[in-house]
Design a protein around this ligand. Structure first.
Ligand code: IP8
Length: 260
C-alpha cells in the first residue's frame, strides 16, 4: 500500500550556495518552505549538506565508506549539519509548520533502515508534525563512521514507507540527456535506465548518486521525480499530479501485481 505522504529532498545546492563555504541560500529556503504550506498531504523532508556538511567532510577526507575518521572531523561535520538544519527548522517554525528534526543516525541499524523508527516518522505526520532529517556523518560499527547522504535516506525511507510522491528538488530543471545541450529527459523508464548505466551517461558526482538512489526506489515500484528547487511552483504541480518541467523515473511495474 502506498502511503498518503510526500517525501521531499531539498538538495544541498538548493539550500546553500555550494561554492561558498558555510553559506545558506536563505532566499531559496524561504521560497521552497513557504510553497510547502500549500501541500495538503503529510510531508517528510530531507535536506542535503551543500557548503555545510560537504565542505567539512572534504576537508577531513570523509566519504560514504565506513572508516576510522578523525574524531574532530566527525564532530565538526555533524555540527555543521545541525546548524544548517537549525536554520531550516526555524524557517518552518516561523511559518507554523511544526517541524521536528530527526537525527539520521536514529533511522539506521548498521547498513539497514531501522524500519520501526522510520514508521514512526509517518505516525508523527498524523499529529501534524513535519519530520525533517538530513545527510550527516553517522556511526556505523565500532570505530567506524561514514557519510550517510540525504539521497540514501530517500531510499531508506521510501522503501519502508512507500510514499505516494518521492521528489528530489535539485538545482537544475531535471536530468539532462546531454549536459552540453541541457535537454531535460522527461521520463525515464526501466529500459532507458538500463541504457543509462550502459553508456555511463555523463552525469557526474552528485547527480549520479541521486539517479542511482532514485533507480533503487523505482525498483520498489515508486515513481521518483526530479524538479528544479528554485522553482517551487513546479514542485507543487508534481504533488498535485499536474504537468510540469522535470524528470520522472518511472516505478518498475511488478509482474506479480505490486500494489502501486
Ligand atoms: O548532501 C551529505 O548529504 P547530501 C551530508 O545529501 C554531509 O549528500 C555531511 C556531507
Amino acid at each position: 500500500m502506498r502511503q498518503d505522504l510526500v517525501l521531499i529532498k531539498l538538495g544541498g545546492s538548493v539550500v546553500t550556495h555550494k561554492e561558498r563555504a558555510m553559506t545558506l541560500n536563505k532566499r531559496a529556503i524561504d521560497r521552497i518552505i513557504k510553497s510547502l504550506l500549500n501541500v495538503k498531504i503529510p510531508i517528510i523532508l530531507i535536506h542535503g549538506g551543500g557548503s555545510f556538511g560537504h565542505y567539512w567532510s572534504i576537508k577531513y577526507g570523509m566519504h560514504s565508506k565506513p572508516e576510522r575518521y578523525s574524531s574532530e572531523g566527525i564532530a565538526v561535520v555533524h555540527e555543521s549539519m545541525i546548524s544548517l538544519n537549525q536554520f531550516i527548522i526555524k524557517t518552518m517554525l516561523k511559518l507554523k509548520m511544526n517541524p521536528y528534526p530527526i537525527p539520521p543516525y536514529s533511522l539506521i541499524l548498521g547498513k539497514k533502515p531501522f524500519s520501526k523508527k522510520i514508521f514512526e516518522l509517518a505516525h508523527m505526520t498524523e499529529d501534524k508534525i513535519v519530520p525533517v532529517t538530513y545527510g550527516d556523518i553517522v556511526y556505523r560499527t565500532r570505530h567506524k563512521y561514514s557519510i550517510l547522504s540525504g539521497d540514501e535516506l530517500m531510499t531508506l525511507i521510501s522503501t519502508v514507507l512507500r510514499p505516494k510522491k518521492v521528489i528530489f528538488a535539485i538545482n537544475v530543471d531535471g536530468i539532462y540527456e546531454d549536459p552540453q545541450t541541457k535537454n531535460v529527459i522527461h521520463t525515464i523508464d526501466e529500459k532507458s535506465l538500463i541504457k543509462f548505466s550502459d553508456v555511463k551517461l555523463d552525469i557526474t558526482g552528485g547527480m549520479k548518486r541521486k539517479v542511482r538512489e532514485a533507480s533503487k526506489i523505482s525498483l520498489a515500484g515508486i515513481d521518483v521525480h526530479f524538479v528544479n528547487g528554485f522553482k517551487p511552483e513546479r514542485l507543487l504541480k508534481i504533488i498535485e499530479n499536474r504537468e510540469t518541467e522535470g524528470t520522472v523515473i518511472k516505478g518498475k511495474r511488478s509482474s506479480i501485481g505490486n500494489a502501486r
